[in-house]
Design a protein around this ligand. Structure first.
Ligand SMILES: CC(C)(COP(=O)(O)OP(=O)(O)OC[C@H]1O[C@@H](n2cnc3c(N)ncnc32)[C@H](O)[C@@H]1OP(=O)(O)O)[C@@H](O)C(=O)NCCC(=O)NCCS
Length: 188
């Protein structure tokens, strides 16, 4: 199989692991498509990150209802990305790394990008919040562009959908608005 054909082959847990095994500092992290036997661990991880339910675009989404890629260091779950493929668009629903700045987030994003391309998607999009400076930097440095700002959308989600959303976020910035970013995916 030539390189281009290899790029297009369907992703399985094994191929994700082979392609995206990342050496985060000195620890080897393996990325796999989350399987049923991972569910309880992934559920606990998402709960710890207040990410079992995501409120965005005026809707509440249960993340466990959707596929995910999980990053493992041995038996320890060190990161999760959940996503939704819908026609030619893929939403990156959640992205969390247990340890920051060790490459886990980049590897998970690369895995979801690969899966989305493989599913025929031409657009990968994500919603973040006005306080999340780290995510804004992270996504823009990896090819995403800002497409939309929804002033007051987080305030409305807090009032109507998810009361546990805190009033202030990172750096004590009042948590109020949604920011939407997208990356165009070129089909190979
Ligand atoms: C956003 C998030 C997922 C990024 O994950 P991460 O694992 O920290 O991301 P990475 O480590 O791949 O990259 C972050 C930075 O660390 C740097 N880095 C990666 N490995 C490194 C290493 N071994 N040594 C030094 N720096 C390193 C990367 O270059 C990157 O910097 P850059 O953005 O300037 O290029 C993470 O911050 C997180 O979990 N945030 C909380 C949840 C959240 O806000 N998610 C997004 C919601 S939309």
């Amino acid at each position: 199989m030539d390189g281009a054909a290899a790029d297009r082959r369907p992703l399985t847990a094994r191929t994700i692991a082979q392609q995206l095994l990342c050496r985060c500092e000195t620890v080897e992290v393996e990325l796999v498509e989350t399987r049923p036997e991972h569910r309880r661990t992934v559920e606990a991880f998402l709960r710890d990150h207040n990410a079992l339910r995501v409120a965005r675009r005026s809707a509440l989404v249960a993340t466990l209802d959707h596929p995910s890629v999980s990053a493992w260091s041995g038996h320890e779950l060190v990161g999760v990305a959940t996503y939704v493929v819908d026609g030619d668009c893929c939403e990156l629903l959640t992205l969390h790394a247990a340890t920051r700045s060790t490459g886990i987030g980049s590897a998970l994003l690369a895995a979801v990008t690969h899966i989305a391309r493989d599913a025929g998607c031409t657009r990968l999009w994500v919603v973040t919040t006005n306080d999340n400076i780290e995510a804004l930097r992270f996504y823009q440095r990896r090819g995403f562009r800002l497409t939309l700002i929804r002033p007051g959308a987080v305030d409305r989600s807090r009032a109507e959908l998810k009361p546990e959303i805190p009033e202030s976020g990172a750096f004590d910035i009042p948590l109020r608005d949604e920011l939407e970013l997208e990356m165009r995916l070129v089909q190979g």
